[in-house]
Design a protein. Sequence first.
Length: 76
Amino acid sequence: MKVSAESTEKIVELTAHGPIPARVWEAMTDGGVECFLFVTRVMVRKGQDLSQFEAELNEQRVPTAEIQAIPLRLIL
């Protein structure tokens, strides 16, 4: 499966094994299914020029109303 995702300003707290902050990303699969990602970490391989990656990683958009409705604290 391939997923295209956009970072939003929304951060929630996942609480399955203690509090972990996660940024909410809005996404869509290649098959057209809308989904949400709760991203806690992003890692890249060593030795790359990360200037463009870091600039893009800091870009967040305002979340849709559906994402705004997600409680700040999630029990997963």
